[in-house]
Design a protein around this ligand. Structure first.
Ligand code: FE
Ligand code: FE
Ligand code: ZN
Length: 300
């Protein structure tokens, strides 16, 4: 299972990999720059290559970079939208140094302009920043819908994706706290929520999960994360999320309020201990059943 948490990038990629390994994580999320959107530190090629080696040695899953959450691609102020565009473009160039990874952002808040305008402005920023040659998949995060946030409904995420010319570079990150707060009942009807996601956006777009409990009840539109098992979603529902056949191969990133690494280490150990065996037949059994040479056909 690809499972990790949000980590501090203060000590570069080497620090991220070291901290991940120390808590039993094989994926992690980090901020590309300080959350308020200041200048990013120049990349250190030695740091990047040391990280890439560690990631290979330890079979890390996809690394998830998170855009500063203060950016707003659908602000009513053109200079604020331009700033979001400039940061996205710069972050995507930097992401090319760790190819094949994921870049997550909050779609934005339309601040009274209306969802339609918000969707159009977000798509415009993406049209200005996505490049056909990039290997990074850009993820829109599902939001709680607090205030004038765009992305609290799956249909709003879909509306952005279909408007973007390079939509093939886009995916979605599902945040369990946010969808719960937005009113999607992943506790008593996870299958129904996933069916709705599939009908509206398409499950092939789902590339990552933010695994959080919520301090508030279903539909509260609050966005206050809780530790795993200490909120209104609860441990058993989150265990069903990590074991669901449609979700279990995705990378899971905790964004729970912990004071130090030991808190995430405990959550990771707990969730790994509750991982169920893969219900699907092993790859070699499938190949045997098809009468093929299993050794020769394996692609992983
Ligand atoms: Fe986020
Ligand atoms: Fe999140
Ligand atoms: Zn949140």
């Amino acid at each position: 299972m690809f499972l990790g948490c949000h980590l501090s990038a203060a000590e570069g990629f080497r620090g991220l990999a070291r901290d991940a390994l120390s808590i039993g994580a094989n994926v992690f999320q980090f901020f590309t720059r300080n959350p308020r959107g200041g200048a990013a530190r120049p990349l250190d090629p030695a740091d990047v290559s040391a990280f890439l080696q560690t990631a290979r040695d330890h079979a890390f899953g996809p690394v998830l970079a998170h855009a500063p959450y203060t950016l707003n691609a659908c602000s009513a102020k053109p200079e604020v939208r331009r700033f979001a565009r400039d940061v996205f473009a710069d972050d995507l160039v930097r992401m090319d140094s760790i190819p094949g990874n994921l870049y997550n952002f909050h779609p934005g808040s339309h601040v009274g302009q209306g969802v339609e305008t918000g969707v159009a402005q977000i798509a415009e920023v993406l049209d200005e920043t996505l490049r056909p040659d990039q290997s990074t998949t850009v993820l829109l995060e599902t939001m709680s819908g607090k205030g004038s946030e765009v992305g609290g409904r799956f249909s709003e995420i879909r509306a952005v994706i279909v408007r973007v010319a390079l939509g093939s570079r886009l995916g979605v990150c599902l945040d369990t706290c946010h969808v719960w707060d937005a009113g999607y009942d992943i506790v008593s009807d996870l299958d129904g929520v996933l069916r709705e996601f599939d009908r509206t956006i398409g499950l092939d777009r789902l590339r990552a999960v933010h695994l959080n409990d919520s301090k508030n009840p279903l539909g509260s539109r609050k966005d206050r994360h809780a530790r795993i098992g200490e909120g209104c979603i609860g441990l058993e529902a989150l265990v069903r999320v990590v074991n669901h056949p449609l979700l279990r191969d995705l990378p899971f990133y905790l964004e729970t309020p912990q004071d130090d690494l030991s808190g995430w280490a405990a959550e990771i150990a707990l969730l790994r201990s509750r991982r169920s065996p893969d219900p699907r037949p092993a790859r070699s059994a499938v190949a045997d059943a098809a009468g093929k040479d299993a050794a020769g056909k394996q692609d992983a």
